[in-house]
Design a protein around this ligand. Structure first.
Ligand SMILES: [Zn+2]
Length: 296
């Protein structure tokens, strides 16, 4: 079976959340599993690399989720990932050949079924309509992402990627570990930095020197202490693109994971933002162009 398109996966997940009656965050994957007669149990002795399992015994399905990562957000994501294998077309046949499937949830696996189940999990826990509704109240940048993670009861990492996918602002989210970039997500608007070209592929690349993230990751203890800092930047510092475009870089240590979340926002204006009929828009445009954005 060919890989499933992103839109099909997201629509499948969001339809299931809507049918389960959710009209606001958070969505509970355990409740959804119960509605579909799937047994859900914690599995304290799960091997470290395994986030959860989907098990089939005749017509009965069960989900076991690992607890070695204590974060409730991660455990909920793991359950939602297994639900992806249950609901997505072609998955049960492909992953349950032996009646049992061991997962690596959390955007780390290269296997297509694992990636598809991760996309499903993010959309099930953060359906676009509900998430956008919460975004309007949550604020911008890292502060907004933290508020949304609380509202959706999801991990900061999963929330940050969903935020980048759905925000109208020019945002990049980057996960790094030490001097290396582990993953990166771009909002639609930030892609304008690249014009007709493509934004740089940052996976596995070094964290650019002379950025707040590089200094933050090099300082002992700051990541583990879940420390936080913000600084102004030029977008070229990170992407080598967008000469003279200013922005901000916000950094938070992800504690025991040893990783860092960076949220980069560009003060980018595109033609679609500008409505010449709208005087307020005109003022906002000028204010945005001329207000110095260097904040501490
Ligand atoms: Zn899996």
């Amino acid at each position: 079976m060919p890989p499933l398109g992103r839109a099909i996966i997201q629509n499948t997940a969001e339809k299931i959340a809507v049918e389960a009656g959710y009209t606001a965050l958070p969505v509970c994957p355990k409740t959804i599993a119960e509605k579909h007669d799937i047994l859900v149990q914690a599995k304290p002795d799960a091997a470290k690399g395994c986030s959860g399992m989907l098990v089939r015994n005749g017509e009965q399905f069960g989900i076991l989720y690992a607890t070695h990562i204590r974060s409730e957000g991660f455990q909920r994501f793991s359950i939602a990932h297994e639900l992806g294998h249950y609901f997505l077309p072609g998955h049960p046949e492909a992953v349950l050949k032996n009646g049992i499937h061991q997962s690596q949830a959390g955007f780390v696996a290269r296997d297509r079924y694992e990636q598809e189940a991760d996309v499903f999990a993010a959309s099930l826990l953060m359906p676009a309509d509900l998430f956008k509704g919460a975004m309007r109240k949550a604020g911008d940048g890292l502060e907004g992402i933290i508020a949304l993670a609380t509202a959706a009861n999801t991990s900061l990492t999963a929330t940050a990627f969903r935020f980048a996918e759905l925000t109208k602002d020019a945002v990049a989210v980057v996960i790094s570990e030490g001097g290396t970039i582990v993953s990166c997500g771009y909002s639609e608007k930030i892609k304008n930095l690249a014009g007709r070209g493509a934004m740089p592929w940052l996976y596995g690349k070094p964290v650019p020197t002379d950025t707040l993230t590089a200094r933050f990751n090099a300082a002992p203890g700051r990541v583990a202490a879940a420390d936080r800092e913000e600084s102004a930047l030029y977008m070229t510092d990170w992407f080598g693109l967008g000469d003279g475009v200013r922005g901000s870089e916000e950094v938070i240590g992800l504690g025991g994971y040893g990783r860092t979340l960076t949220v980069i926002r560009g003060n980018l204006r595109t033609d679609d933002d500008f409505d010449p009929e709208d005087e307020a828009d005109d003022d906002e445009y000028l204010a945005d162009r001329w207000t110095p954005r260097f904040r501490r």
